[in-house]
Each structure stands twice: as C-alpha cells, then as structure tokens.
Design a protein around this ligand. Structure first.
Ligand code: GLA
Length: 415
C-alpha cells in the first residue's frame, strides 16, 4: 500500500465529480486515487469491468487505547484515507486478489480451500475474510478483487482492517449476504485473529465499518453498543493532526500479545471477567491486591483509560472540545509509563507538539511506533507541525508525515 497520507484530500466523490483545483492546495494528487482509477486498474488486470467499487477507511483512535480486549470503551474516528476495492463475483470458486500497491502479480486461490496463516502475505487479509465468511456458514464463493489504498501501512492507522472491511463489504453486496456493518467488522476481526494470526481487538474493524462523517464512534466493546458522538472540529476552529513517525519497532507484535496476557492475568487476580469490571473508585484497593509491578501498571492504565473515554465524551457532548486536550495527553503518559507501549519518537511528537502550543497529544493505535494525534487550534497547526518536524530533525529522525484527521465516513459502495 502506498505510504501517502496526503494522497486523499477529501471524501471519495462519485466518478467525474472531482474538481482537481479543490485538492491542489493540500498536496493531493488529483485523480490519483478514486473509484474510476480503481475500476480501470481492475479492467487492466482482469480484462473486464468490475461489478462495483467499494471503500473502507483507516482510523485513528481519539482515546481508549488497549481497552478493546478488556471489554472496555473506545472512541475512534475514520480517516479520509481509504482502501478502495474493485470487485466481481465469480461462479467457479476461484478467488483472485491483486493490489496496485504491492509488487507482484495476481494471487490465485480457491475459496473452498483456504487455510489459516498459509502464506502470511498481504493476500491473507482478503483471503481471511472469505474464509471467515464461509466459516460463519455464509454462501460465499469466488471473486476477483483489485485494491488501491491510501492508508499507509505500518503507520498504526489500520491499513489491514481497511482491507478486511472493504473485502467483507464488497462480498456482502456481491453475494447479497445482508450483513450489518457491525457483523462485517466481526468477520474482519475473525479473519485477522484466526486466519492472519494477529490477536487484535474489535476496534479497528468497527471503526472502518461503522464510523460516520463528522463523528467519533463510542463503542462499548463488551456488548458492541455504539453511539456516534459529534466531533465538529472545523466548526470549532480546531484541527486534529495525524503525525506518522514512520517508524515501526519490531518488538510490536509479541509485545501486544504480552500486554494482552498481562491484562488477563490482572483480571484473574482480581476475580473479574475483564478489567473493564474494575471500578475507577476501587482502583487503589485493586492495585493493592496485585503483587506484580508490570501487571499493576497494565491494570492502572486500563481502568484510568476507560475513565478518560467517559471524560472525553462528556466534554464533547458539552461542546467543550478544546478541553479534551489535557485528557489526551494524560492518556499518552499512561500508555508511556503504565502500559509501556510508547517509544522515543512518539514521546517526542507529544512533547514537542505540546511545547509548541498544541491543546493535547497522544500516541494512537497499538504503539511501538506508528502515529500520534495532536489537537490544535487551527491557527497553530502550521507552527506545531513545524515544531514537531524540527524536533525530529534535531533528534536525527526522518521527517514525520503530518496530515489532518478529518472525521470521515465508514465503509461504503462508491460505484
Ligand atoms: C491495535 C489493535 C486494536 C487495539 C489497538 C490498541 O490497533 O488492532 O484492536 O487493541 O491496537 O488500542
């Protein structure tokens, strides 16, 4: 997938509706990413026109990190960056997948002979979705799929969830499965957990499937109840910046599973089903019962983080958006010190942005690299961007990529 967070300046328009001038100012490449181009690429690869084109976005999480595998709360929003998928149904059970962003040709498989974690390549995401749909007893057969994505990979912005949700959304339409967006998200998560072999929670796929423009999504990951929380940044003269550090530290994958196991250990010690069940008011007493210092930190983060989600939602509902800034920064400090999933580059984004006048900042996603988010007054956006970029230069790091996180629509059919 292309590493180009600037690549899509706004929503995907209907074919022909795009005004190149409208995108000229924000570094976008007019016409470089859109349903017409993806349909044309499908035609070039497979020799016929696709049955349709679908889009599924990447996400940032505003607050509620590592809570989704503790039955807790999350508050993600969808990005304008999307995975586009041109697709057609096939009658012969053959599944062909191709990406405009990954070198190599068409990967050819059979829908009825997919084996979990067989190859480990990018094709495992769409193939895993076909596998998960079939495993759920749904009548899905072959398909031809071509992807183009502007969700950067390795940036913690859920490029893989975007691929999964785009695939499930397209197959839902092509095979008339009648699945709701939340079910589509669960299929995507099942593909990632059981086929690709990554023990992620449900946040990323739900954000990609269910978010709506102008909102953050409050999701209770225990019962999957959700509410769209208005997040009108522009109207309030605010901007949320995504700062992609362009680093991904290798220990990330194993460390995620380790944090997850530590949280489960904490819940067992405290005799609760999940850490979500530890009340904020009872945190001190709960911590006294845990001997292991590492587990104590994990528990403290989850319990305080769930509280921060509620706090942020209260402030957004009260129209006090700038006041969420310090809560975001507190969330970062908790991830850095208690959950220990930050890294020097992410810490530097938060410190340099806040020192330059940001309202608040935090790492977003799993951690160990990837991206941070920064809340700024619109008037300060440029100065804060410059300050962060300068700090990276002074530390000897490659320049980060900064783009606005405009709360965008979830998965949808475009053509
Ligand atoms: C990754 C996982 C999510 C979630 C976040 C941390 O993005 O895929 O399920 O656990 O990390 O909040």
């Amino acid at each position: 997938m292309t590493c180009d967070p600037q690549g899509e300046g706004g929503a995907h328009d209907e074919p022909g509706a795009r005004d190149p001038q409208a995108y000229a100012g924000d570094g976008a490449r007019p016409g470089a990413h859109g349903p017409e181009r993806t349909a044309a690429a499908f035609h070039a690869v497979y020799g016929y026109a696709p049955g349709g084109v679908w889009a599924a976005p990447g996400r940032v999480n505003l607050i509620g990190e590592h809570t989704d595998y503790n039955d807790g709360f999350v508050l993600p929003l969808a990005l304008p960056h999307t995975a586009l998928l041109a697709a057609s149904r096939r009658a012969d059970g053959v599944l062909r997948v191709h990406s405009g962003d990954v070198p190599g040709g068409v990967v050819e498989l059979r829908a009825d002979a997919l084996t979990p974690a067989a190859d480990g390549g990018w094709a495992g995401y769409p193939a895993g979705v076909v596998w998960a749909l079939r495993e759920a007893g749904l009548a899905v057969g072959g398909a031809d799929l071509h992807f183009d994505s502007t969700v950067p990979t390795g940036a913690g912005l859920s490029s893989s969830a975007a691929l999964e949700v785009a695939t499930a959304t397209a197959l839902n339409d092509l095979y008339a499965l009648g699945l709701e967006p939340q079910r589509i998200a669960r299929i995507g998560q099942r593909a990632e957990n059981a086929f690709v072999g990554v023990p992620c929670g449900i946040m990323d796929q739900t954000a990609s499937a269910c978010c709506t423009e102008g909102h953050a999504l409050h999701l209770d990951t225990r019962d999957l109840r959700q509410r769209q929380v208005p997040f009108a940044l522009a109207a309030e003269g605010l901007r949320l910046l995504v700062v992609d550090t362009r680093v991904k530290h290798e220990l990330g994958d194993g460390a995620y599973a380790k944090r997850r196991a530590g949280c489960e250990q904490g819940a067992r010690t405290l005799g609760v089903r999940a850490l979500r069940d530890v009340p904020y008011e009872g945190l001190g007493a709960a911590l006294d019962r845990i001997e292991d210092g590492t587990v104590r930190g994990l528990v403290r983060h989850i319990v305080t983080e769930n509280r921060r989600v509620e706090e942020v939602i209260g402030l957004l509902d009260a129209g006090e958006t700038p006041a969420i800034g310090p809560v975001l920064t507190a969330g970062h400090i908790s991830l850095r010190d208690d959950f220990t999933v930050s890294c020097a580059e992410l810490d530097l984004v938060v410190e340099s942005a806040n020192a330059a006048g940001a309202l608040g900042a935090r790492m977003t996603g799993g951690g160990f690299g990837g991206s941070a988010i920064v809340l700024v007054e619109e008037a300060d956006a440029e100065a804060v961007t410059k300050a962060v970029t300068h700090a990276f230069g002074a530390a000897g790091y490659a320049a980060p990529r900064v783009s606005p996180a405009v709360p965008s629509a979830g998965a949808r059919r475009l053509a």
